[in-house]
Structures are given as structure tokens and as C-alpha cells.
Design a protein around this ligand. Sequence first.
Ligand code: PGA
Length: 254
Amino acid sequence: MRVPLIAGNWKMNTTVGEAIKLVKEMLPRLDEIDGVEKVLCPPFVSLAALKELIKGSSIKLGAQNLYFEEKGAYTGEISPLMLANLCEFVIIGHSERRQYFGESGELIGKKVLAALKVGLKPILCIGERLEENEAGRTEEVVTEQLRSSLAEVKKLDGLTIAYEPVWAIGTGKAATGGQANETISLIRHFISQLYNRSVAQSLRILYGGSVTASNSSEFIKQPGIDGALVGGASLDAKQFLSIVKQTSEISQTR
Ligand code: PGA
């Protein structure tokens, strides 16, 4: 049984003060919802303060990026070791990192390995762009992203994949539950070829891209979708709570 996971990707939003306020708005109701892993991914600068705030609760933290080296002359970067005692998860290879910061599959692969090495749980993002989708290249693109990012990864323990079609991110134009489930099935099938069936069956695969409180159940109800990576709607306490609650209810009926 795969425990569903809802992660809030706050992106480059919230000052430390705003981050504290947002978490206070969600606590303790978020804490009470069970049957779902709840992960908040604020900007780096808020991790320490939020770690204190959520102490003793069932809420977990994630970072939005890292660099693969442990330490050294890499001005402006944050290492896996620095994150290891601040959070449990880390988003890697988000399409915004690929698009605006030129991150390649190879670099993303190094980050995944570095995260796993210190016990961080990567949420590896993959997804096709609009023109690739329209050209019928979705499967080719996502499998190539997986191949390059997992090339050196022997064990997937702790790893989660987030399928986020780029055309659905921040656009209000989400995929349908059926579309997302279909691509996620292809991803799971590819993972079973790369590793084996039992690895593929226990791997969590999330959907991300314009998930809101009004459409989240459409995704969560799909048999192959194990939760969501939520951007914009995760900055709204009410909506995020509602998404997590709906996920909990659906998971109980499975
Ligand atoms: P969105 O972002 O929910 O705002 O579309 C999702 C993401 O980028 O992870």
C-alpha cells in the first residue's frame, strides 16, 4: 500500500514572517488529518523557523532544491548536508529549474544521488512541454528524463516522482485525471523495466500542475496517482487543508 503524499511547493513566495503565519493558519487542523503524508516546501530561509513551529506534529518539511556537493566554493548554493537536519524531503528537477536555471538531466541525477546519500527523500519532477505534448512525444520525454536522472541511482528507496506536465504548471489548465493517470502508468511501467515490478509498485508517483481544492479529487481517485505536488493552491491555507482532507477521505475508501 502506497501512502498518499501531498506536498506544497511554495516556490519563491513568503518571507519568514509570512511562512510562519501560513503554517500557524494550517496548524493544528493539518496535523490532525491522517492517512496522508503532508509536506510543506517553503523557501530555504524559512526551514529552520518552520522546523521549530511544526515540532511534535505530523507535518513534514521539504526544500525546493539543493546542490550536489557536500561543501566548498560554490557561492550561493545549499548542500545536502546542510538540509539533512532541517527537512526530510527535497524537490529536485522542477521544470522551473530546468527552464530558468538550465538544469540538465545529468545535473539532476547528481542531485538525486547526493540527496539519497544523506537520507533526504527526493521528489523528482518530470514532465513534457506543450509542444512536446502536442507532437505526441510525452512518453519519449518523460522516459528520457527518468533515464538521465536515475542513471546512477541503484535503489529508489525514499524517492517519489512528480509528473508535472509543464503546460499545466501555474496556467490554471490542469491535465485531466485520465490523462495524468495514463502518463503515470507509462512512468510506472518504465520504472519496472529499469528496476523491477516490485520497485515500480511501491514507488509513489504524484501529479502536479494547477491542482486546486476543486480538482484534486479527480487526480487522487485515479488508481495510479499517489498524491499531488501543489504550487499556487498550497499558499492558501484553506485550499491546502481541503486538498489534504479530500486525499485522506479518498485513501480511506481504497
Ligand atoms: P501549480 O504548480 O500548482 O501552481 O501549477 C505546481 C508546481 O509547479 O509544482
